[in-house]
Design a protein around this ligand. Sequence first.
Ligand code: FES
Length: 409
Amino acid sequence: MTQASLGESVVQKIVHVQQNNGVSASATHTQPLWLLAEVTYRCPLHCAFCYNPTDYDKHTQNELTTEQWIQALRDARKLGAIQLGISGGEPLLRDDIEDIVIEAKKLGYYSNLITSGVGLTEKRIQAFKEGGLDHIQLSMHDITEEINNFITNTKTFELKKKVAAMIKNHGYPMVLNVVIHRYNIGHMREILEMAEALGADYIELANTQYYGWSLVNRSQLMPTKEQVDEAEAITNEFRANPNNKMKIFFVVPDYFSDRPKKCMNGWGEVFMIVTANGDVLPCHSARSLPNMQFPNVRDSGLEYAWKESPAFNKYRGDSWMKEPCRSCSEKENDLGGCRCQAFLLSGDADVADPVCSKSPFRHLIDQAIEDSKNPVMVAKPIVFRNDKNSKKIIAGEFNDRVESFHSLP
Ligand code: FES
């Protein structure tokens, strides 16, 4: 999955309508609205674009117990969280998701299972329905078996179609997430037609954002500007068709923009992520930032993490900003962009996101766009997300791939 794949746009709309237990989704940002429970880093898929940390192998031994997850749900609810994402890895590799769902329902969460579909059986979906799970978001990869199986390094194409039908049969809204990259961007029309044929209510076309495994594989995954423009035009054409009933979200790739995104809707503003081993983060990639200590639910509660921890306060508001962000008229709209992207590309987490046209590091993005036209760069082998490669990354084996994206201004 990618950061853009949380389905927040979908879920927030639904909650807005439903007004969960009298708590409005439009409440102020002094409280987390979203709790994302990354319950495990184990995954049967090996997606080349996975947003999980490339060093996840360090964090697989120490998963929170069911009781610890239930406590985290209670604590986050007390802080005001109303939307729960149950994610991974593949959450269905744990056998206690049913218990977590039941507790989420009792607490009044709007709950969303974010899954590859592997491990979803009739028995489990029935239990989720009875337990009160509100929403299932299924990842799909392409209309072709070849690309689905290649990009995930698995044989899951047929299974995903069966799971999509199972979700629909149980009366869930059909919510599909498709991460878009060089290998499937040319199939946009067919992907939309497939979603329609499956009876999708929502489809999120999440252009790859480059963090985690997708940064390691950026040269292989990044499409050209022309491909992105064409994909967006096809999406708009599909949307404009009066026969189309699906809601379509096209998550624009920020590299092809000159304005940075307001990442996570602001650091520590809306999202709180609890990872498989209990670390509490404001965004998925935060542990890639240097010299930061993130709280862990085993040592301190979520209230401390959200309100007092130095990590959550570090990039709140705008007092941390340097120029050109500090005096920029756009600073309230984008909050300087993404801190992790700033660090991963420039080596300094406190600078403007290099996507910004005013950033002294914008040339790094322009170089990436140039490289996307270079067949030699594109042809390098993909590093698939798996335990063996994670160990290699921890040992520094693929450093050259990401180091080559940095350069001096
Ligand atoms: Fe954007 Fe961390 S991923 S701030």
